[in-house]
Design a protein around this ligand. Structure first.
Ligand code: MN
Length: 573
């Protein structure tokens, strides 16, 4: 036992003796390997991996992830080889540690700002969500200790946190972590705005707190009278950064932000959630259009709860959030909560109410993918959710290029520039020469070799996966007098789908709906809008046919856009 063991020990109770022993062994190795390395703060370096591992153990992840968190910086910073990590802790830990190190090398270029593709890239390379979780907690601790760095570095890191890490945390359902990351970065990136928001909130804080206490008391009394089993009623203040983002939309008028503080009601099961909603609406009038049922229609990141904005005592407007304990844990700790529940299921025999059964089914799915060390299936699952058949590869300078699955070096070359494509003589993937039809994978670094005066050949057309590349090749061939056999076949049976969306007339509705398409990487070929009456508008979108579950996902997401009332579609040949 070393002097640091007592910091993590309290979080390890749920592990088996063997697991605890491995974790302690990893801690020993980390202590020895980091030796007397120091952080910029002057603290012993090992405090950094230890803090991360302790938090990861607390949110319920498995022993391998805790071990990997302890070792996450030793390949980079110490003389420890990946082989040694594998020998002592097994291949899955080596995989996690190496992947975390690799993610550190992705260049985040400010000019490029392709944050969305960077985010996908990140997930694709990670290929195991536990890698991203370690990376997120790594970033959290780095943000907490950022004041020891020079100002320019602080700004760069904080900006990256706002643009890449916080959205990633949100995507994976780590609501609390996302809020923490943003609030740490906010004062560094936008110091003036931060001061303004804090001052504005502080001004009426104590009065607001008194009022909310009163609301909680009334609610407690009312729910008890109706025999609702209450697990918890609490209030939560909105995180500063998300408040500021919202203020920007509402003329910086704090009075218009109804969820500045929200009241949360936590009950045992879904049936009680709806009972609570009914009781609250009997007590206080709901604002029309502000009841959001994310239980029936969860947010894309899996968030579930019922929100309603009501006119409460003294005619004041407040937001109330109703959820089960499982939903609450999931909202705070995202995918980690799934882990924790599965683990709990093994030891305790909690009553399996309808809600938990559903949760556990969902977990089983996750768990199945988690179990495999390399977990190719898991990548597949993530792809469905996050990548929509895209791959993300790197230029030698670390720029992220977004291509369709199955793309080859030819697509890559033409994506960079038609001249690069036309002059291509060869390609290297991760430093090794490959042939032109070599399918690229997410995370590959691709380098194109060129020669002046080189011309494309006709068989390249069949190697290209993107129409951009094929078009360029044809043009170049025609220009150099090559006779192309019959017009290269059109894509067989290309079909289109027409989607009609009916919704309440509101400025920004079209934008919100269009956003769903672009979030899913789906191009809109044609669009038209009409007003049915002063309150209702009808929008038509035409898109090209695409396969499988994506249509279902698209329709579901459009349905969750605020003020959308009806979504229908027709397939056309
Ligand atoms: Mn680190």
């Amino acid at each position: 036992m070393n002097q640091y063991a007592s910091i993590i020990a309290p979080e390890l109770i749920r592990f088996t003796d063997a697991e605890r022993e491995r974790i302690m062994h990893a801690l020993d190795l980390a202590v020895t390997a980091h030796g007397d390395q120091k952080r910029a703060s002057g603290e012993p370096f090992v405090i950094h991996p230890l803090t991360i591992a302790t938090r990861i153990a607390r949110v319920g992840l498995d022993a391998d992830t805790v071990v990997a968190a302890l070792l996450h910086d030793i390949i980079e910073d110490c003389e420890i080889t990946p082989e040694k990590v594998e020998k002592e802790f097994g291949a899955p830990v080596r995989f996690l540690v190496e992947s975390v190190s690799k993610l550190g090398h992705i260049r985040y270029s400010a000019e490029q700002r392709k944050v969305e593709s960077l985010r996908r890239m990140f997930l694709a390379i990670a290929s195991d969500v536990r890698v991203v979780i370690i990376k997120l907690y790594d970033r959290l601790h780095n943000m907490e200790t950022i004041h020891h760095l020079p100002p320019e570095k602080q700004i760069k890191i904080a900006r990256e946190t706002l643009e890449l890490y916080a959205p990633l945390a949100y995507r994976l359902g780590f609501g609390e972590l996302k809020g923490q990351l943003e609030d740490l970065a906010f004062p560094i990136v936008y110091p003036e705005e931060y001061k303004w928001v804090v001052a504005a909130v502080e001004e009426k804080k104590s009065e607001r707190e008194r009022y909310l206490k009163k609301i909680v008391r009334i609610l407690e009394r009312e729910l008890e009278q109706e025999h609702i089993p209450i697990i918890d009623i609490n209030t939560r203040a909105k995180h500063y950064y998300s408040l500021w983002k919202k203020l920007l939309k509402y003329d910086m008028n704090l009075e218009r932000i109804y969820d500045l503080s929200a009241v949360r009601v936590v009950v045992p099961d879904i049936a009680n959630c709806y009972s609570v909603l009914g009781i609250i609406h009997k007590l206080w009038k709901p604002l029309p259009g502000r009841i959001k049922d994310y239980i029936a229609l969860p947010k894309p990141n899996g968030y579930r709860s019922i929100h309603s904005t009501v006119i409460a005592e003294d005619e004041r407007i407040i937001e109330i959030q109703i959820r089960t304990k499982a939903m609450h844990n999931a909202a705070e700790n995202g995918v980690a909560a799934h882990w924790a529940y599965e683990a709990a299921g093994k030891t305790s025999h909690a009553r399996a109410d309808a809600d938990q059964v559903q949760m556990i089914d969902q977990l089983r799915e996750w768990q199945k993918h988690f179990k495999k060390a390399t977990s190719e299936d898991f990548v597949e699952t993530l792809k469905i959710d996050f990548f929509q058949d895209r791959i993300f590869v790197l230029t030698p300078r670390g720029e992220v290029i977004d291509l369709p699955e199955g793309a080859t070096p030819i697509d890559f070359a033409y994506h960079i520039h038609s001249d690069i494509g036309n002059r291509m003589t060869g390609a290297k993937v991760n430093g090794k020469l490959v042939n032109f039809q070599h399918p690229l994978k997410s995370g590959d670094t691709v380098e194109i070799l060129t020669q002046k005066g080189k011309k494309p050949s006709a068989d390249w057309i069949s190697y290209a996966r993107t129409s951009v590349a094929r078009e360029h090749i044809r043009t170049a061939l025609r220009r150099s007098g090559v006779h192309l056999p019959n017009p290269v076949h059109l894509k067989p049976g290309k079909r289109t789908i027409e989607i009609s969306v009916k919704g309440l007339n509101r400025k920004g509705l079209l934008k919100d709906v269009s956003q769903v398409f672009s979030d899913l990487g789906i191009n809109i070929d044609r669009h038209a809008s009409e007003k049915v009456d002063p309150h209702v508008s009808l929008m038509h979108f035409t898109i090209s046919y695409f396969v499988g579950g994506r249509l279902e996902k698209l329709l579901t997401r459009i349905r969750t856009v605020e003020d959308v009332r009806e979504v229908t579609f027709v397939k056309r040949d």
